[in-house]
Design a protein around this ligand. Structure first.
Ligand code: AGP
Length: 616
C-alpha cells in the first residue's frame, strides 16, 4: 500500500526514482509522483520540482516527457493507494507547502484535529489527503535551521501509522525520513543512498540496507547517513545484506510475475523443506521451538489475513488431526479487537508473507502483551513480524511480487505441515517412524506440483469455460474446504468474477437458493474419507442445474452425469490425502491465472488491491 522511494547520489535522480517506483508497483497504487531538487539549486532556498499525476507510472512517464524531467541528484517519489480523497492529480504525492515537501505511506488518524489547529495558524490546504497536513506541521515546527527538531516535534503530534520521506527546501541535497508502523528501509550504496518501502526499489544498485525502526529518523546527504532516535540521539544501526538477487525480482521472460511465481513453487517448497528438516524430521529447536515447549502448549491460535489466514485453516486441520491440540484460526483484524481469551499456555502463530500487515502486527503485540508464546511464519526477513515474534520460521519463497499470493501460501502450508508433524511427535501422538514417513511424503510434493504445472492445459481449458461467467461457487469438505476458500479468493481477486466458497455441507443451509442453471460449482473432492458426502453435495447442486467442475485425485470415479468437467490430478499414494492441498492449490491458482488473462486483466495488478496492507 503506497510505495516510497528516495535517492541521493550521482545518478539522474528522476530516473532512479521512476525505476524504484516501478519495482514497488506490486504494492498497489492509483497515482504517482516525484519531487527532485533541481541540480542548480544547491544553496538554501533552492528549487524543488514536483511532477505528479493520477494513474499508473505510464501516465507519469508521459507527463515527464511532456513537461520535462526534473534534472537533479536528490529527491523522493511515491505511488499512492488512495485512502483519504479520491485518486486525483491534486491528491497524489509529493505534497508541499513551499518549504517542506513530503511523501507519506500510512494513515494519520488525528488529521482532522491537526488540520483545524493548522488552519487556525493560517495554513490552507489544497488536497483532501491526511498527508498534506504533515507537510504543514513540519513547516510549522521548522525554524529554518534544524530539520531534525522539526521532525521530532511533528511526530510527537501524529497518531496513526506513517512512513515519511521529507525534503526541506532550505536543505538542498538532503533527504530525511521517519516511520511508525509502516515499513521503511535505507539502501546503502557506494556514495549513493536510498530510502524505500521495500528492497526491490534499490536492489539494482545495492544489496546493503538498514531497517528504520519505529520512531527513528534518518538524515541523508552526500556525506552519508545518520540515524537518530525520537529524542534526536544518534543510533547505530545493523547493516543487512539482501539475499535476493535481481533476477528473482524480475519477470525473466514470463508474461506475468504471478505465472513465474506459480512455476517457482516446486523449487521453493524444496528449499524451504531443506531449511527446516534435519535427519529426515522437522526440527525447530534452533529457534527455541522445542519439543518441551510444544508439549506445554494448551491451545494454538493462527492469526493472519487473506491467503495467509487460509494457510492457517490448512494448519488447523493438520495440527488438530495429528497433535490433538485445539487450534483457532482468527482473522487478524478481528482478533486484535475481540479481547481474545489468550494467555501464557497458548502458542499464537502469526502467518504473513510480507511481515508488515498492520492487523497481523497489532495481533502479535496483543498476544505478547497477554503473555502468549508467539511464533512468526514469515517470508520477508527482518520484517516487523519476523523481528517482533518470540520465534520465527522463515519461509523461503523469495520475493513475491504479484499481488495474488501463490508461492508464499505454498511454503506457508509446507512449514505448517512440518510443524504439525513435530507437534504430534512431541506430544507422543505419533512415533518417530511416522514423523519420518510424513516428512518423506512432504518431499514428494514438489514433483506433484510440477506435474500439475506440466498439465496446465487442463486448467487453461477450465479457465476458458469460466471466462464469461458472472458468479460461481467453490465447495469442499475438510482440507478441500480450506482449499475452496483459497481457490475462490484467488479467482475473485484477479478475475473480478463474484465467487464464494462454502463447506460443501453448508450450502443447503441457505446459499443453495442462488444455484441456477449453468452456474459453475467448482468442487474440490480430494479427501477420500468424505468423498461420498461431497458427492452428495455435488448431486444436490447438479439437480438444480449447476455446472460441476470436479478437482480430484486420479482414479476417482463419479456416477455418469454428475460431473461436467473433471480435473484429475495425477497423484497416487505418494501423497496422503492430508498433503494433497499442496499440488491441488496449484491447479486452483492456474485456473484463476488463466481466467484473469482470458478476461484481459493484468493478474499482477488487480484493481483496488495492494500487496502489503500496511494500514488497518
Ligand atoms: C492474497 O492473494 C492477497 N494478496 C492477500 O489476501 C494477502 O494474503 C493478505 O493481505 C496477507 O498479506 P501478508 O501475507 O503479507 O500478511
Amino acid at each position: 500500500m503506497c510505495g516510497i522511494v528516495g535517492y541521493i547520489g550521482g545518478r539522474d535522480c528522476a530516473d532512479v526514482l521512476m525505476d524504484g517506483l516501478e519495482k514497488l508497483e506490486y504494492r498497489g497504487y492509483d497515482s504517482a509522483g516525484i519531487a527532485v531538487f533541481e541540480k542548480n539549486a544547491r544553496s538554501p532556498g533552492g528549487t524543488i520540482s514536483t511532477v505528479k499525476t493520477r494513474g499508473k507510472l505510464k501516465c507519469m512517464a508521459d507527463k515527464l516527457a511532456a513537461e520535462g524531467k526534473p534534472e537533479g541528484f536528490c529527491g523522493i517519489g511515491h505511488t499512492r493507494w488512495a485512502t483519504h480523497g479520491e485518486p486525483s492529480d491534486i491528491n497524489s504525492h509529493p505534497h508541499s507547502n513551499g518549504r517542506v515537501t513530503i511523501v507519506h505511506n500510512g494513515i494519520i488518524e488525528n488529521y482532522t484535529e491537526l488540520k483545524e489547529f493548522l488552519s487556525e495558524k493560517g495554513y490552507s490546504f489544497v488536497s483532501q489527503t491526511d498527508s498534506e497536513i504533515v507537510a504543514c506541521l513540519l513547516d510549522f515546527y521548522f525554524d529554518g535551521s534544524d530539520p531534525l527538531r522539526a521532525i521530532m516535534e511533528t511526530v510527537k503530534e501524529l497518531r496513526g501509522s506513517y512512513a515519511l520521506g521529507i525534503l526541506f527546501k532550505d536543505f538542498p541535497d538532503h533527504v530525511y525520513a521517519t516511520r511508525k508502523g509502516s515499513p521503511l528501509i535505507v539502501g546503502l550504496g557506494d556514495s549513493e543512498y536510498f530510502i524505500a518501502s521495500d528492497i526491490p526499489a534499490f536492489l539494482k544498485y545495492t544489496k546493503d540496507y538498514a531497517i528504520l525502526d519505529d520512531d527513528e529518523i534518518v538524515a541523508i546527504d552526500n556525506g552519508g547517513v545518520k540515524f537518530f532516535d525520537v529524542h534526536g540521539i544518534a543510533v547505530k544501526k545493523q547493516i543487512h545484506t539482501a539475499d535476493w538477487d535481481i533476477e528473482q525480482a524480475q519477470k525473466c521472460g514470463y508474461p506475468h510475475y504471478m505465472l513465474k511465481e506459480i512455476y517457482e513453487q516446486p523449487d521453493v517448497v524444496e528449499k524451504t523443506l531443506d531449511s527446516i528438516i534435519t535427519d529426515g524430521v522437522p526440527d525447530f529447536s534452533g529457534i527455541g521451538l522445542t519439543d518441551e515447549l510444544l508439549r506445554g502448549v494448551k491451545r494454538v491460535f493462527v492469526v493472519a489475513c487473506g491467503t495467509a489466514m487460509h494457510a492457517g485453516i490448512v494448519a488447523r486441520y493438520a495440527v488438530e488431526k495429528l497433535a490433538r491440540v485445539p487450534v483457532a484460526v482468527e482473522i487478524a483484524s478481528e482478533f486484535r479487537y475481540m479481547d481474545p481469551i489468550v494467555g501464557e499456555d497458548d502458542l499464537v502463530i502469526l502467518v504473513s508473507q510480507s511481515g508488515e500487515t498492520a492487523d497481523t502486527i497489532a495481533s502479535l503485540e496483543l498476544a505478547k502483551s497477554r503473555g502468549a508464546k508467539t511464533l512468526a511464519v514469515v517470508n520477508v526477513k527482518y520484517s516487523a513480524i519476523a523481528r517482533g515474534a518470540d520465534m520465527c520460521i522463515h519461509t523461503l519463497a523469495g520475493p513475491e511480487i504479484a499481488v495474488a499470493s501463490t508461492k508464499a501460501y505454498m511454503v506457508q502450508i509446507t512449514v505448517l505441515y512440518a510443524l504439525a508433524f513435530r507437534f504430534a511427535y512431541a506430544r507422543g501422538n505419533i512415533l518417530e517412524s511416522e514423523m519420518k514417513r510424513l516428512t518423506a511424503q512432504l518431499y514428494n510434493a514438489p514433483k506433484a506440483i510440477r506435474d500439475v504445472i506440466d498439465n496446465k492445459d487442463e486448467c487453461q481449458f477450465i479457465a476458458s469455460q469460466l471466462v464469461n461467467v458472472e458468479t460461481l461457487f467453490f465447495i469442499g469438505r475438510g482440507f478441500d474446504y480450506a482449499l475452496s476458500l483459497e481457490g475462490s479468493l484467488k479467482l475473485k481477486e484477479i478475475t473480478y468474477i463474484h465467487s464464494e466458497a462454502y463447506a460443501a455441507g453448508e450450502l443447503k443451509h441457505g446459499t443453495i437458493s442462488l444455484i441456477e442453471h449453468n452456474i459453475p460449482v467448482i468442487t474440490v473432492a480430494t479427501q477420500r474419507n468424505i468423498l461420498a458426502k461431497t458427492v452428495s453435495n455435488m448431486e444436490e447442486v447438479k439437480a438444480r442445474g449447476a455446472t460441476i467442475i470436479a478437482v480430484c485425485r486420479k482414479g476417482t470415479e463419479f456416477a455418469e452425469g454428475t460431473v461436467d468437467i473433471e480435473l484429475k490430478l495425477n497423484i497416487g499414494d505418494e501423497l496422503d490425502d492430508m498433503l494433497i492441498p499442496l499440488p491441488t492449490v496449484c491447479a486452483l491458482q492456474l485456473i484463476a491465472y488463466y481466467t484473469s488473462v482470458l478476461r484481459g486483466i493484468d493478474p499482477d495488478k488487480p484493481r483496488n488491491l495492494a500487496k502489503s496492507v500496511t494500514t488497518e
